[in-house]
Design a binder for this molecule. Structure first.
Ligand code: SF4
Ligand code: SF4
Length: 344
């Protein structure tokens, strides 16, 4: 294991930037975003959550599959491939790292989504443990350890005051550590002791958060929850179908494929979609979900019941709390969990 003195951060970023496209959390007009090292914005390693989650790197909001144009009454196609440029993300939070595991389960199973895989393969992620907690955080409910080492990260950092504890996790992480060997320093016994103390402190801090006491395991079984229409109607009554909850969610992964055509050319692209929209699942024969109650039920059933049923008990929520902050009518997943538990 290594440590990175904070007064060497800039040198580390410059070194990474020589080899990779480097992205970091930057505050830009009051909004935290992952931005390129060279883009405007102030690097911010204190605020926890970016507005747009990590999924945008591996599953972009909009992505062109192919371009087409007509020439002499013939159509020519050009398939678009993912750039091979390698990138490094510095400072992703553990909840977003966990979301990669959930997305991998979807996009990397057969048949593999080649676009997603290409984005995953060209990226290296350096996570940063959360030293503080926001009121909407409840990641521990879903087994995310805010100071732990998650399997989808390449390097895991913990802020230890004057330095970051640098834990290389994957082969990519080891290669990056080798590249940075003149900047990183070997840890000593006292560093290990401090690191373990800080990890314990973070774990205790998150355990004390009341949201982390949600009894997720007390949600009823699939049939029981699905048929509880009284609760779903009550919950869905306020929903505006704006889709914000799905767009900010690091684990939501539904998309649409569309063709855009101009006079002699056009393109086929995919873009994020939302199960909260009335035309989601609209097919030639009609729409199997005709009410907002059914759509709201689908979103939360998927996260809390269907996904864990199909993925060894892993939930499709990482407790990041973004939907709590963004829903304009305060219809968030914590309220839903409480209702489903209370009504069991
Ligand atoms: S459902 Fe809400 S809390 Fe859960 S991962 Fe999505 S945005 Fe975060
Ligand atoms: S953010 Fe709230 S109002 Fe908008 S679709 Fe989601 S639950 Fe409905």
């Amino acid at each position: 294991m290594k440590k990175l003195f904070k007064n060497n951060l800039d040198n580390l970023w410059k070194k990474i930037d020589e080899e990779y496209n480097l992205f970091l959390p930057k505050m830009d007009k009051g909004t935290l975003k992952f931005k390129n090292f060279h883009e405007d914005g102030e690097i911010d390693l204190k605020t926890l959550k970016t507005a747009v989650p990590l999924k945008n790197f591996v599953f972009p909001q909009s992505e062109t599959y192919l371009k087409f144009k007509t020439e002499n009454k013939k159509i020519k196609f050009k398939v678009e491939s993912v750039s091979e440029d390698k990138y490094v993300i510095f400072g992703a939070r553990p909840c977003d790292i966990k979301s990669l595991e959930i997305l991998d389960n979807i996009f990397l199973r057969e048949p593999v989504d080649t676009y997603y895989k290409a984005h995953r393969d060209r990226g290296i992620v350096i996570s940063l443990a959360c030293n503080n907690i926001e009121s909407s955080c409840f990641c521990e409910v879903f087994g995310v350890e805010p100071a732990g080492v998650l399997k989808s990260t390449d390097v895991a950092l913990v802020d230890c005051g004057d330095f970051y504890y640098w834990n290389e996790v994957s082969e990519n992480g080891k290669n990056l550590t080798e590249l940075l060997k003149d900047i990183l320093v070997d840890v000593k016994l006292e560093d290990e002791i401090l690191y373990n103390e800080i990890k314990e402190r973070i774990t205790k801090l998150f355990a004390e958060n009341t949201l982390n006491t949600l009894q997720i395991d007390k949600i009823g079984d699939l049939k029981e929850v699905f048929e509880n229409e009284k609760v779903w109607k009550e919950l869905a009554r306020r929903c505006l179908a704006c889709g914000s909850c799905t767009y900010v969610c690091p684990t939501c992964h539904c998309y649409d494929v569309k063709d855009y055509a101009g006079n002699n050319s056009g393109e086929r692209f995919r873009c994020w979609d939302s199960c909260m929209y009335s035309d989601f699942t609209l097919m030639a024969h009609g729409n199997p979900r005709t009410t907002q109650m059914q759509r709201v039920r689908q979103r939360f059933m998927h996260k809390l019941v269907y996904y864990p049923t199909n993925h060894d008990g892993v939930y499709s929520c990482v407790g990041c709390g973004r939907c709590i902050e963004k829903c304009p009518v305060h219809l968030d997943i914590v309220k839903v969990i409480k209702k489903l538990v209370v009504n069991k």
